[in-house]
Design a protein around this ligand. Structure first.
Ligand code: ADQ
Length: 436
């Protein structure tokens, strides 16, 4: 078996199986890491996305991929259970109540062991390994035991909670020991790094750092004038076009922004407005996700029922994947982008929107609780827990359209995102890891 000098370990491989063929699922992560993977003898270890599927290692677009097998039980207990019904809500400050289930924890340990084993088997002596995200927090520790020669980095894509929240976790000591196997742990925000470092016993000799993730800006040029005209036309040439793009997740505050829009419409405070809401299906077998979806869809129906007319809904709701070029056309067209999560590690959607407005057009309404708010502080910031705050930010964004202040803010944010792209993010993490 080839031994690799650089190994990325993530829950998912960067490919999807569509009608029996592998298709790249081009996220920012693979775009950022592809050059590094190609420069070194690199490979990616991850789950191919089909419970029970046992694929041999293969190559896609010149990328060496090493599948890890997860069966239906792993999918339920490790992925839907411990990762997304325990850790996800806990790390997002209890927007829903986390479930602490010892059998899920047992499975999380086993699956992390599987990922560590697979990585230990393919890594060359002294190789660099970069482990990604909350599903794999035990991998650094397990890997260090199996292969003390490896240089191990870990990056957490989601927030790290305050000490008293983290302390709820019955298996907090094991998680901490798992993370401590890393030579460098990266976080999105200084606050996340501080939360981690303030845990008793976390800090002794640990290297941590803040590395805000970003996007591949070259993949988000402004759409053509024709595409923009087409989208404007499709939503009835409303004066103000608003946009939301999210995985359908309770952390994203989709319902809250719809409620704010509804109250503004009820009060006659805004008019001649259309909103496009893209809500990508996500984790649909988990109860809290189903409840969130129902509430969002009910709000869309209610708003259109009261404020729309035949052939002219106010909210254009899409519950499916969208091709990136179409998404780019939406971003480029939208006068006001609404990003209102209760809590978000970073939020790449906000950066993608800003990248599509190099001309200073548009306006961004952004939650204070998104990691992106640290860099994009010239957005119309709001508190998503306070509907009046969301309404005020939307009103400001609409009223300031086309002013010099709006243009200056958007241009400054666009420059920032262009200068801090995902390649820079990966580069600075890997530099830190090389020094660790
Ligand atoms: P997510 O919670 O998934 O990521 P986000 O950062 O916004 O959130 O990334 C979503 C990505 O999916 C964006 O690139 C967006 O373009 C894409 N997308 C959304 N809906 C789509 C659709 N219908 N069709 C096609 N593409 C769609 C987690 C953390 C974030 C953190 C990232 C990266 O929760 O806080 O920013 O990881 O670290």
């Amino acid at each position: 078996m080839t031994a690799y000098d650089f190994v990325v370990v993530a829950n998912r491989l960067p490919v999807d199986r569509v009608e029996g063929r592998w298709v790249a699922s081009p996220g920012g992560l693979v775009t950022a890491l592809a050059p590094v993977l190609q420069k070194h003898t690199g490979c990616w270890v991850g789950w191919p996305g089909e419970p029970g599927a046992d694929f041999p290692p293969f190559e896609n677009d010149g990328l060496a991929l090493h599948p890890v097998v997860l069966d239906e039980h792993d999918y339920e207990a490790f992925y839907e259970g411990f990762s997304n019904s325990t850790l996800w809500p806990l790390y997002h400050d209890l927007i829903v109540t986390p479930i602490y289930d010892a059998s899920w924890w047992e499975c999380y340990r086993e699956v992390n062991h599987k990922f560590a084993r697979a990585t230990a088997d393919v890594a060359a002596p002294g190789a660099t390994v970069w482990v990604q995200d909350y599903q794999l927090q035990l991998v650094p520790g397990l890997l260090k035991e199996m292969r003390p020669d490896l240089r191990i980095g870990f990056f957490l894509h989601i927030p790290f909670p305050a000490t008293d929240l983290f302390r709820q976790l019955p298996w907090r000591d094991e998680i901490l020991r798992g993370l401590q196997g890393a030579d460098l742990i990266g976080f999105q925000r200084t606050r996340d790094e501080e939360n981690f470092s303030s845990l008793s016993g976390a800090c002794d000799g640990m290297r941590t750092g803040t590395f805000p993730i970003s996007i591949d800006t070259s993949a988000y040029p402004r759409a053509s004038a024709e595409d923009i005209a087409r989208v404007r036309d499709a939503v009835g040439n409303a004066k103000t076009i608003m946009l939301g793009v999210d995985r359908l997740d309770y952390t994203k505050g989709i319902l809250q922004r719809l409620n704010a829009l509804e109250e503004l419409l009820e009060a006659g405070a805004i008019e001649n407005v259309a909103m496009i809401q893209v809500a990508t299906p996500s984790r649909e077998r988990i109860g809290s996700y189903r409840t969130t979806r129902s509430a969002v869809e009910e709000a869309v129906g209610r708003i259109n029922g009261r404020h729309g007319s035949i052939g002219r809904p106010v909210v254009h709701y899409h519950h499916h994947q969208i091709a990136r070029d179409e998404l780019r056309a939406y971003y480029s067209t939208a006068d006001v982008m609404l990003v209102t999560p209760f809590k978000d590690g970073m939020n790449l959607v906000a950066k993608e929107y800003v990248a599509c407005h190099p001309d200073g057009s548009g306006a961004l309404v952004l939650s204070e609780f998104a990691g992106a708010a640290v860099e994009l502080h010239r957005a119309h910031l709001c508190n998503p827990f306070d509907i009046e705050s969301i309404k005020a930010a939307i009103t400001r964004a609409v009223e300031e359209q086309g002013t010099d202040a709006a243009r200056d803010a958007m241009t400054a944010m666009n420059t920032h995102v262009n200068q801090h792209d995902v390649a820079r993010w990966a580069g600075s993490f890997l530099e830190g890891l090389a020094d660790a």
